[in-house]
Design a protein. Structure first.
Length: 87
């Protein structure tokens, strides 16, 4: 089971570290990550393995939002993500 995390907002030091730490504390393994900084804005998409998650996805999202409070965070189960983006 996997989930997709997106994080967008003004760039600052430690975004990736903060999000990764929140995932590790929830026992979610980071499988793949891509990030980009465009002008002063940070954008990241992260795929995580949630098969051993020790909390709900909503709790994980809340923990990530707390760790990067100025960023916009979305957390979505892979099945929902795939359904929404299927043509």
């Amino acid at each position: 089971m996997k989930a997709v995390i997106t994080v967008i907002g003004k760039d600052m030091v430690g975004i990736l570290a903060s999000v990764s730490t929140a995932c590790a504390e929830a026992n979610a393994n980071v499988v793949e990550v891509t990030q980009s900084v465009m002008d002063k804005y940070f954008a990241m998409i992260m795929m995580i393995d949630i098969s051993r998650l020790n909390c709900s996805l909503d709790e994980l999202k809340g923990n990530i939002e707390s760790s990067v409070p100025t960023m916009t965070v979305h957390v979505m189960h892979e099945d929902i993500f795939n359904s929404m983006h299927r043509i």
